[in-house]
Design a protein around this ligand. Structure first.
Ligand code: NAD
Length: 411
C-alpha cells in the first residue's frame, strides 16, 4: 500500500467514527495548493542542470501551514501529498496553531557539493517565496536537509521580504534557531513512551525497550528512556543490531557511534544480532525509529513486544497494523509519537516572532506539557470510543480541522 493510501485509510476510519459528511471528507482530503517548479542551477562544472521541486500546501484551517523540505532522489508529488496531509493531522493532534504542508526537491544531496546545495536551495526559494512565509507556510528540515539548508532558506527569503527568521524553522541555534530542537522528536518519543507505560500499568524501572535506528530520533529517545530507568536491551542502525539483556550503556554507545561515523556495529558493550531479530525480541516496548514500512504482513506475526511506539513515519504498514490490533499489541501512532519535533518548531517560530530567546528548560517543560495533554486526550478518546490509539489520534486531528473549517465559514 502506498503512503497516500494508508493515510487516506486512517483518515476514512476516523471520518466514519466522526460521522463526517462526504463533502467535508472531500474538502479535507484535497490539498489547498500543489506546486511543481523547475529549479535551474549552474553546477560547479559550469554545466546547467535543472531539478524538480514540489510544495504541497494541504490545509490552513487551523493556521499557517507547516512541514518539512526533503532532498531525496525519489521525491515525487504522490509522496509529498501524503506527507503534507499527515502534517495537517499531526499539528492538529498536538493542538498547535498550524496546518500542514510538505515539500521536496528530487535530488540526491550526497551527489552535490555544498556550494551546489546552497544554489539549489536559494533557487528553490526564488521560485516559491511568494507562496511561503511566516503567516503562510513554514518549511523545516526533513530527510536530506538540515539546519544548514534552513539558514540558506532564511537568508534568501530575507532578500525578498526583509528580516523574517520565522519563515523557516530548524535553523542553527546561533542563527535564530532554538535550543532543544535537535533532541525534540526523540525526547518526545521518550516522554510519550513513559505515558503509555503508565497507562498500560507497567512500572517504568526495568521496562525493556528495543529501538530500531540510532540517528536523531532513536539516539535521543534511547538516552531519555535510559535516564528514566528503562532498560534499553537492543539497538540497531543501518550497520547492524546489538543486544544486551541487562541493558546497553546508551551514553557509551553514543560516544562509540560518534567515533565510528555514526555506526553502532561492533560496539564492544553488547552482542550482535540481526536487524530482523531485533524486531521480534520479547520486550515491553519496540520503537521503530528508522524507516517506513518495517513491520509488514510478512513479519508482523513474529513481533513479541507488548507495545509499539512509532518514532519513524509509517513504520507499521496498514495490514500489519490491523494484525497488531487483533493481537492486542498497543501501537502509539506516528502522528502523535513523533510530533515533538514540530512542537518545538512551533516554539522556535514563536521565539522568532517575539524576538526573544527561550531557554532549554522552558522548551522541555512546554514540550512535556503539550505532548502529555495530547496523549491523555488520545488515550481517553480511545477508551471511550473503544478504538485503537491510531484511530483516536486521527479522530482528534481530523475532528479539530473539520471544526475549524466549519467555524471559519465558507463565505
Ligand atoms: P536519521 O537519518 O538521523 O537516522 C536514521 C537512522 O536509521 C540511522 O541510525 C540509520 O542508520 C538507521 N537505519 C537506516 N536503515 C536502517 C535499517 N534498515 N535498519 C535499522 N536501522 C536503519 O533520521 P531521523 O531524523 O532519526 O529520522 C528517523 C525517522 O523518524 C524517519 O522516518 C523520519 O521521517 C522520522 N521523523 C524524524 C523527525 C525528526 O525531527 N528528525 C521528526 C518526525 C519524524
Amino acid at each position: 500500500m502506498r503512503s497516500i493510501e494508508a493515510t487516506t485509510l486512517y483518515f476514512e476510519q476516523a471520518a466514519n467514527e466522526l460521522d463526517l459528511s462526504e463533502s467535508m471528507r472531500r474538502l479535507l482530503l484535497t490539498a489547498k495548493r500543489e506546486v511543481q517548479v523547475q529549479i535551474p542551477v549552474e553546477l560547479d562544472s559550469g554545466e546547467i542542470a535543472s531539478f524538480i521541486g514540489y510544495r504541497v500546501q494541504h490545509n490552513d484551517a487551523r493556521g499557517p501551514m507547516k512541514g518539512g523540505l526533503r532532498y531525496h532522489p525519489q521525491v515525487d508529488l504522490d509522496e509529498v501529498r501524503a506527507l503534507a496531509s499527515l502534517m495537517t493531522w499531526k499539528t492538529a493532534v498536538v493542538d498547535i496553531p498550524y496546518g500542514g504542508a510538505k515539500g521536496g526537491v528530487a535530488i540526491d544531496p550526497r551527489a552535490h557539493s555544498r556550494r551546489e546545495l546552497e544554489r539549489i536551495t536559494r533557487r528553490f526559494v526564488d521560485v516559491v517565496h511568494e507562496l511561503v512565509g511566516p503567516d503562510r507556510d513554514i518549511p523545516a528540515p526533513d530527510m536530506g536537509t538540515s539546519a544548514t539548508e534552513m539558514a540558506w532558506f532564511m537568508s534568501q527569503y530575507s532578500h525578498y521580504h526583509g528580516f523574517a527568521p520565522a519563515c523557516v524553522t530548524g535553523k542553527p541555534v546561533e542563527y535564530h534557531g532554538i535550543a532543544g530542537r535537535e533532541e525534540a522528536t526523540g525526547r518526545g518519543v521518550g516522554i510519550l513512551t513513559l505515558k503509555l507505560l503508565s497507562r498500560l500499568g507497567l512500572r517504568v524501572p526495568g521496562t525493556t525497550v528495543a529501538l530500531q535506528g540510532f540517528g536523531n530520533v532513536g539516539s535521543h529517545a534511547a538516552m531519555f528512556l535510559k535516564n528514566a530507568e528503562c532498560r534499553v536491551v537492543a539497538v540497531s542502525d543501518a550497520s547492524g543490531a546489538l543486544t544486551r539483556a541487562d541493558g546497553i550503556d546508551v551514553m557509551e554507545l553514543s560516544r562509540y557511534a560518534h567515533d565510528n561515523e555514526g555506526r553502532v556495529a561492533d560496539f564492544p558493550g553488547a552482542d550482535a544480532i540481526t536487524n530482523d531479530e531485533l524486531l521480534s525480541l520479547d520486550v515491553d516496548v519496540l520503537i521503530p525509529a528508522a524507516l517506513g514500512g518495517v513491520l509488514t504482513a510478512a513479519n508482523v506475526e513474529s513481533v513479541r513486544a507488548r507495545a509499539i511506539v512509532e518514532g519513524a513515519n509509517a513504520p507499521v504498514e496498514a495490514d500489519a497494523d490491523a494484525v497488531l490490533a487483533e493481537r492486542g499489541i498497543t501501537v502509539l501512532p506516528d502522528i502523535l509519537a513523533n510530533a515533538g519535533g514540530v512542537t518545538v518548531s512551533w516554539f522556535e517560530w514563536v521565539q522568532n516572532r517575539q524576538h526573544y530567546r527561550w531557554g532549554i528548560d522552558r522548551v522541555r517543560q512546554e514540550l512535556d506539557r503539550i505532548l502529555s495533554e495530547a496523549f491523555e486526550q488520545t488515550w481517553q478518546l480511545s477508551q471511550s470510543r473503544r478504538v485503537p490509539l491510531r484511530t483516536a489520534a486521527y479522530m482528534l486531528g481530523v475532528g479539530r480541522v473539520a471544526r475549524a473549517t466549519v467555524l471559519g465559514g465558507m463565505e
